[in-house]
Design a protein. Structure first.
Length: 295
């Protein structure tokens, strides 16, 4: 009885020390200024104090090359105003801890907690939680690319009409942002316009746009504009050719997806639809055989 009491006191003391240490660490974390950043989603907002604490601990220890790589990944996914590269590393650490704790909770509910299952939770939950932010960013990047490819011909049409009406390329892009559909492409063109107003040369602003988005169609568009600017070619003809090419690419992509649809439908049909048909047919065959006295 005394041993159980001592064990319970040790556990309670350990929990209290963990909470005290966590509270002390959170108090040392500087207040996060997010006035000029995007609002956090609900899930991130719930765990953000812990993410900020993890960022405060591991942020100064990160290598500049890793930070640059994370920054490019965030830019390509359009999340560079949501989290910084240091916060992304802190988010990976917290996600690993949450995933390990989730697996431990499941194992405890199943009453299978032992040294082997503990190692399994650490070996499987840790890497899975670490990879989850990267998977989330990859999914956001794919969604962003689809929207950009869809909206690019519309913006090119607005820019072409504005240039042929007598505006320069900067004014044409500004008109496209005002009249075009809202989305990631509109946001990126707005950032490019802010760079131009800040005094950045147009070629450099276009290069930054291509580097941020990391999409082949945008890189082709910016390269064509920079080349036309250098050699003095007609911007109207260049933009019209770009718009026609992007629209043709979008049509070919839609045709490719339509041709892939039957192939993608085969697996659900074989796994779910055909077995149900066979079960229904087998039931009626069974009834007929029973009626004829065969069974």
């Amino acid at each position: 009885m005394i041993q159980l009491l001592l064990l319970a006191l040790c556990v309670v003391g350990a929990i209290v020390m963990v909470f005290a240490g966590t509270r002390g660490l959170l108090n040392q974390v500087p207040q996060d200024e997010r006035d000029y950043q995007d609002p956090l989603p609900f899930g991130l907002k719930m765990i953000w104090p812990v993410v900020a604490a993890a960022t405060h601990v591991i942020g100064p220890r990160l290598k500049p090359a890793d930070l640059e790589k994370s920054h490019r990944t965030l830019q390509a996914a359009g999340q560079d105003y949501l989290v910084s590269p240091e916060e992304l590393a802190g988010l990976r650490v917290v996600a690993s801890g949450i995933m390990v704790a989730f697996f431990l909770l499941v194992v405890m509910l199943l009453k299978q907690l032992n040294f082997g299952t503990l190692l399994f939770c650490l070996a499987f939950g840790g890497p899975l939680g670490w990879m989850y932010p990267s998977l989330w960013l990859s999914e956001r990047r794919k969604t962003r690319q689809k929207k950009v490819i869809r909206d690019l011909p519309i913006f090119l049409d607005f820019i072409t009409m504005s240039v042929e009406a007598g505006l320069n390329i900067t004014g044409a892009i500004e008109q496209a942002v005002l009249k075009g559909p809202m989305g990631p492409l509109s946001q990126e063109f707005s950032r490019m316009l802010r760079d131009l107003r800040a005094g950045l040369p147009r070629s450099e602003a276009l290069k930054r746009l291509a580097d941020r988005m990391d999409i082949a169609q945008i890189s082709s568009f910016t390269s064509a504009l920079i080349q036309a600017d250098r050699v003095g070619a007609s911007l109207g003809e260049t933009l019209r050719a770009q718009a026609m090419q992007r629209r043709e690419e979008r049509f070919l992509r839609a045709e490719k997806l339509a041709l892939e649809a039957p192939v993608k439908m085969m697996a659900p049909l074989i796994m779910f639809f055909f077995p149900l048909i066979f079960i229904v047919l087998a039931y009626f065959i069974y009834l007929k055989m029973v009626e004829d006295g065969i069974l």
